[in-house]
Design a protein around this ligand. Sequence first.
Ligand code: FAD
Length: 390
Amino acid sequence: MDFVESAEQQMLRSAVAGLAGRYGREYVAKKVKADGRTTELWAEAGRLGYLGVAVPEEYGGGGGGIYELHIVGEELAAAGCPLLLLVVSPAICGTVIATFGTEEQKKQWLPGFADGSLKMVFAITEPDAGSNSHRLTTVARRDGTDWLLSGRKVFISGVDEADYVLVVGRTEDARSGKLKPCLFVVPPDAAGLEYRQIEMAFSAPEKQFALFLDDVRLPAEGLIGTEDAGLLQLFAGLNPERITVAAQTCGMGRYALDRAARYGRERQVWSTPVGAHQGVAHPLAQAKIELELARLMTQKAAWLYDEAGTDVARHAAAGEAANMAKYAAGEAAYHALDRAIQIHGGNGMTVEYGLASYWGGIRAAQIAPVSREMILNFVAQHSLGLPKSY
Ligand SMILES: Cc1cc2nc3c(=O)[nH]c(=O)nc-3n(C[C@H](O)[C@H](O)[C@H](O)COP(=O)(O)OP(=O)(O)OC[C@H]3O[C@@H](n4cnc5c(N)ncnc54)[C@H](O)[C@@H]3O)c2cc1C
C-alpha cells in the first residue's frame, strides 16, 4: 500500500492547479454576475486533456481512470473554480459510454469527451420519484426501430449548454417494479423535448432545468449499450459521479480553509492575529482533520473503482466507499466553509472575499447527487446489516 500519488498524478495535480489558478474565484464571480458560462475554462481544460484524462487512449483520451479525473475536479475547486459539469459529462456519461456503449457509440462520442468538445449532461431525477429511483416513470416504447421517450425530469444541470442529455428511463416492458434502467442520448433541441430553467437561490454559473419529454423520437442507437445492462450500467456512472462530487467538495473545503488560515495569520484586532485565538483556531484545525479524512476516503473510492474492472463484488466495495466519501466530503466542506466565514467576520459575507458564494455549492453537495440521509440509509443497511425502515 502506498499513500503517495505517482509522479504522473502529482504532475497532473500541479498542472491543473496551475490552470485553475489563472482563473480562480474572481473568474467565476464575474461569470455569475454577467449570467455567463465558464466556457473558456472548460475549453482550456478540455484542450489540455484534463477533462478527458479518464477516456481510453484509443479514443484520444488520457487513458487514466476516475482517480485522475477526481484529481482534476478537486484541484479546479480548490482554486475556486469548480466545473460542475465535470461530474456529469466526463464522469458519468463518458464512463458509461466507455464501459457499456457499442463500438459505434464509443467512436461517435468518446473523442468529444477526450478533448472536452462534447458536453453531455445527465437526467435521472424526477419530480414524483425523487430519491426513490424505483419510481421512475420516464418510459421508452418502440416504434419500428425507433424509440419514443416520454417523461419528466427536474434539477438537471447544464441543459442550456449541453450537446446531449443522457436520460435515464425504462422500457415499456419494464415500466413498473424494481428499476431496470435504460439510458438514452437525447439532443436538447429534439422535437417533443422542452426544458425550463429552475431558479436556484445560490450563485453558480451552471443552471438547473426541468425537462418535459413528450414522445421524443430517437433512433435505435439512441439507447446506450443494451436494454439488459440495467443497474450495473447506471452505477458505472453514478459511482464516478459520487467520487468526483466528493473530490470537488473537498476542493471547495480546501479553498475555504486556505483562505481562513491566511486571514487568521494576517488579521489582527488585539495583541495577536485572530488565528491565535483557540476559539477560532481549533474549529479550523478540526475542519482540516475532517477534510483530510474525506480526501482519504475519496482517494480510496477512486482507487477501488478503477481497480474493480468487471468484478461485481469489487464494484460494490467501490460503491460503499464512494457513498462514504461523498457523505464525508459534504460534512467536512460544510464545516470548513462555515468556520472560514466565521474567522473572516464581516468580510466572510462579502463578494470580495469569495467565501459566502461557495455556500450553495457546498450545501448542495449534502443533497445531490444522493442525499446525506440516503447515504446513511445505505450504510445502515448494507454496511451494518440493519433493517430497512422504508
Ligand atoms: C444543485 C443541484 C444540481 C442537481 N443536478 C442534477 C442533475 O444534473 N441531474 C439529476 O438527475 N439530478 C440533479 N439534481 C437532483 C438531486 O440529485 C436530487 O435533488 C437529490 O437526489 C434528492 O432528491 P429530491 O430533491 O427529490 O429529494 P427527495 O427524494 O424528495 O427527499 C427530500 C428529503 O427527504 C429525505 N429522504 C427521502 N427519502 C428518505 C428515506 N428513505 N430516509 C430518510 N430520508 C429520506 C432526503 O434525504 C431529503 O432530505 C440536482 C440537485 C441540485 C440541488
